[in-house]
Design a protein around this ligand. Structure first.
Ligand SMILES: [Fe+2]
Ligand SMILES: [Fe+2]
Length: 460
């Protein structure tokens, strides 16, 4: 049951962050709202409850007295919203309609300051015709407000370790970047500390479960591709810096700077950013302003580092100093900016975009290797060695007809380690029957990767 609750809460939080990025009647917001209401009804039915109450104590989401530590990472917006309403939780009864839920999203999106009291917050909900969603008093135990110590803890996964949930980590990363974009667009400060703390989760996760995270980063989602792109680029940067054994203390800084590197795009109009065809010269010039604008935005924030600003400024400057914005001759390039520039170009070439077909890593490498002066040569070679022809997280078909997910690159570029998830007949294997196939081992020499399966062929 907790797994279903986990999914439901992630959907709730994703819907709140999506509503912040798009207008109220956007089809994406509507679809997510319908999904939430349907999943919520199914959950109530299965759990035999007529309302779902999610409490909030000490910045943590709570269900039936258990702290939901995992979902709380992604639920910051919900927690902040509750604070502004002076409430200790939300109760959705099984008659909640999509319209009521969307009205609540509108309030969450528009309410930038706290109301004066819980009573006034309730009146606000009434005025918006929300009758099946209640906001509760701050959560009380038998002897007053409960604290975290008085409760049992559920970490978000049965394994008990929330750091092992790629969905949560991905969603937290996505949510943080989306929030930063929303903050800039709304003229508010970016919560750099939150970005840094979510970057820390990414770091813990990337060390051992990079391929799991990268699977989630393959969203074929045009609307949000700038946000998805930033998460994917940041994850790649952290993975590579870790593979290159760069100092541990630099990894957190690299992840944070990677998440924010394209923040200047929050000031570029959507019709240019998402234009399906080629850009005209005026539009291209507008796009070329985003590194400068991004650096300026970050310069004006508290708690940013020189690396955050250098990354935003320099990620479209090429190894030979050309590119944009123009680089003063005295400027010294930080190795991280060179790595970010490579990850950024690789992601842009291999990801789904409205204006171009998807390319395989092999095609991307051939473009990058023949682009003289484009990239730092030895860093690009190391990058290719670490990512291989079948990057971790990608789905592949093996020559014997089975399919799986690449988990590691290994010593031979085209012979990765693959977790086999589907047998030769195409039947999905239960988790306990899935196994690792290391194509670099002599015993497996007769097998090879037949095909890289693209995002549209993804199976969850
Ligand atoms: Fe960029
Ligand atoms: Fe970028």
């Amino acid at each position: 049951m907790y797994e279903k609750l986990n999914t439901l809460l992630i959907l709730l939080c994703r819907t709140i962050s999506t509503r912040k990025l798009y207008f109220s009647k956007h089809p994406k917001v509507k679809q997510l709202s319908i999904d939430f209401i349907e999943k919520h009804r199914d959950f109530c039915k299965e759990a035999k409850i007529d309302k779902l109450f999610i409490g909030i104590i000490d910045d943590t989401l709570v269900f039936e007295g258990k702290n939901l530590v995992g979902p709380s990472i992604v639920g910051r917006q919900l927690i902040r919203f509750a604070e502004r309403l002076h409430c200790g939780g939300f109760s959705f009864n099984d008659k909640t309609t999509v319209d009521e839920f969307q009205a609540l999203l509108d309030i969450a999106s528009d309410l930038n300051e706290s109301t004066e009291s819980l009573k006034l917050s309730r009146q606000l909900l009434e005025q918006k015709n929300i009758h099946n969603i209640d906001i509760a008093q701050r959560y009380m135990g038998p002897s007053g407000p409960m604290t975290r110590d008085q409760q049992s803890v559920w970490h978000g996964q049965d394994s008990g370790d929330f750091l092992h949930s790629p969905t949560l980590i991905y969603q937290a990363l996505f949510d943080t970047v989306a929030q930063a974009y929303g903050d800039v667009a709304g003229g508010n400060d970016i919560d750099i500390d939150s970005t840094r703390s979510v970057s820390e989760y990414m770091l813990h996760f990337t060390r051992s479960h990079f391929s799991d995270l990268m699977q989630h980063v393959h969203y074929p989602d045009f609307d949000s591709y700038t946000v998805g792109h930033s998460v994917r680029v940041a994850s790649l940067c952290v993975f590579l810096a870790h593979s290159f054994k760069w100092p541990e203390e630099s990894l957190l800084a690299i992840g944070t700077a990677g998440l924010l590197h394209d923040i200047g795009k929050s000031k570029v109009a959507d019709d240019i950013l998402y234009k399906p065809g080629a850009l005209n010269s005026e539009e291209y010039e507008t796009i070329m302003e985003h590194p400068r604008i991004g650096a300026e935005i970050l310069l004006g924030q508290k708690n940013t580092t020189p690396l955050d600003i250098a990354a935003a400024w320099g990620h479209h400057i090429r190894a030979d100093g050309s590119g944009y914005p123009s680089q003063p001759e005295w400027a010294v390039r930080h190795p991280f900016t060179s790595l970010l520039q490579i990850c950024d170009a690789f992601e842009a070439l291999t990801a789904v975009r409205p204006y171009k077909p998807i390319l395989t890593p092999h095609m991307a490498y051939s473009i990058m290797l023949t682009d003289k002066g484009g990239f730092h040569p030895s860093l690009l070679a190391s990058f290719i060695g670490a990512i291989g022809l079948y990057p971790p997280g990608n789905r592949v078909e093996i020559s014997n007809g089975s399919r799986g997910i690449v988990t590691a690159v290994g010593p031979i570029l085209d012979r990765p380690k693959v977790r086999i998830t589907h047998d030769r007949e195409g039947t999905q294997l239960p988790p306990e029957d899935q196994f690792d196939l290391n194509l670099a081992e002599a015993d497996n020499r007769s097998l090879y990767v037949e095909e890289l399966l693209f995002t549209s062929q993804r199976e969850d």
